[in-house]
Every structure is written in C-alpha cells, then in structure tokens.
Design a protein around this ligand. Structure first.
Ligand SMILES: O=C(O)CCC(=O)C(=O)O
Length: 251
C-alpha cells in the first residue's frame, strides 16, 4: 500500500477517483498554511485585476509557479504528486496547468464542463490514465460562497454535460464544501462547474492539472520554469524539464 503521509492513504484515494470520479482529501495542509497561500495570492489579485475581471466578478491568476514560492511548493506537494503518480500509473507525471481562481461576491454563473484535454478528444473519451485535476481550497468552501459543483459518476459518461445544466441545477449534483487546506482530487473527465458566490467575501482556489509526459499540456509550463527560483527536482519534472522535446531527425 502506497502512502505519502500517515493520515492519507493514496491507494484508497485513487480507488475512489476511479469509482466515483473524485475524492475530497481533508487537511492536506494546515489552515494557517492555506492562509499563507491566500495571503500570497492577494497582491497578485490586486495588481492583475482589470475592468473585465471586476465586471465578471471572477479572476484567474496564471504563472503562480513562479510568482510566489508557496505556489511552487504546493504544486509539488508530496501527497498530491503521489496521488497523481499512482492514478496515472506513471512516476514521470507533469503539470498541465497551475493557476488560481477567485469568485468574488456577486459572481453568479454556472458553466458545466470536463477539463482539458477532454474538450478536444473524440467521443467516447478514453477514460484511463489521461489527467487528474486538483482543487485546493484556500478559503473554507461553503454552499453560500461558491463551493465548486460536481456530478458524481459523470467521469464514466465519455461525453460533455448537457448545456441545459447551466440553467437548472441537475438532480444528484454535489457541492464541494470543506475546510481551507483540503483538496478535491478528481478524474479529468468529471463534469463540474463554478458556482455563484452569495457571501460577502471572495472565495479562492488553486487548480492544478496533472498528466503524463507525452500529452500536450494546457499551458506552456516549461516556458515558466526558468522564472522559478531554485526549482526542486520535482518542480523541474512537473514543469516539463525532463520530458521529450520534439526535434528533427538528422537535423
Ligand atoms: O473555481 C471553481 O470553483 C471551479 C473552476 C473550474 O472549474 C475551472 O477552472 O475549470
């Protein structure tokens, strides 16, 4: 049995991802560590806010692997990496995208979707060993403040969710609630959605997708690697430092 720490059992977590499509891993980091990450995000949100993000009431911050060391540390968190190595059955996992997502009070949209690269794959989708998503809770997630919505079992459907789901909440869907520092790890094909924030405080998450080294990543992680201060071996691996780069035969 593979275990990355005393509290969490990697084999059980991976079995749940394959069976139900997701697993909520409580307290991957302590709340005060999540508060440090949330505090590191705050100036980035302030500096990068635009009229568009203010109107949309939602803001994505990219490039976080190099914008603060705590985000590089969380990207390479041993438990999260062990989960994706076991789930993808590949020690050489890489990161496909790593960003922060904030829903401000008044955000009120739904947008059911699976994650990249499923949008681009012919149906029925291949369901094994493609990619896995991690949502880190940087604030306590509640129904009120926009805990992410997800549909258990939808990872086995092999196609996208019905468009009508953005108009009416589907029966059986669940809402991600939990204490900051926890993480939802889920199958990349699982149908999920951002939800309205009806609270008085912003709600932030980190989103990290992990995949196998021969897949095209969603973001150019390798281009960001030189900007990371003193990257660890695992950060170099995750950001594609060791993966095959296409060249020209004889060229
Ligand atoms: O922030 C959230 O609750 C979900 C965001 C999401 O689904 C995404 O960025 O793909």
């Amino acid at each position: 049995m593979k275990s990355a720490d005393a509290q969490h059992n990697v084999s059980e977590i991976v079995a749940e991802i394959y069976e139900r499509g997701y697993c909520l891993v409580p307290s991957v980091i302590a709340p005060d560590k999540a508060d440090q990450a949330r505090a590191a995000l705050e100036p980035l949100l302030e500096n990068e806010a635009t009229d568009e993000t203010r109107v949309a009431k939602t803001q994505r911050v990219g490039g976080i692997a190099y914008k603060h060391p705590i985000f590089a540390e969380l990207l390479a968190h041993p438990l999260i990496v062990a989960i994706w190595q076991a789930y993808l059955d590949d020690d050489d996992v890489i990161c496909s995208t790593w960003s922060a997502n904030t829903a401000y009070p008044g955000y009120d949209k739904y947008g059911w979707h699976p994650d990249y690269p499923y949008w681009w794959i012919n149906q029925p989708w291949p369901l094994e060993k493609v990619c896995g998503q991690t949502i880190w809770l940087l604030d306590d997630f509640t129904e009120e403040n926009g805990g992410t919505g997800f549909m258990p079992g939808s990872h086995l459907k092999g196609h996208p969710p019905p468009k009508e789901w953005n108009e009416a909440w589907p029966a059986g869907a669940q809402i991600l609630t939990g204490v900051r520092g926890s993480a939802l790890v889920f199958h990349g094909a699982l149908w999920h959605t951002a939800r309205p924030n009806r609270s008085y405080k912003a709600r932030s998450a980190l989103l990290g997708m992990y995949t196998r080294p021969f897949f095209l990543t969603q973001e150019d992680m390798l281009a960001q690697l030189p900007k990371v201060d003193n990257p660890s071996e695992m950060i170099c691996q995750l950001m594609g430092g060791g993966r095959h780069q296409p060249g020209i035969i004889g060229g």
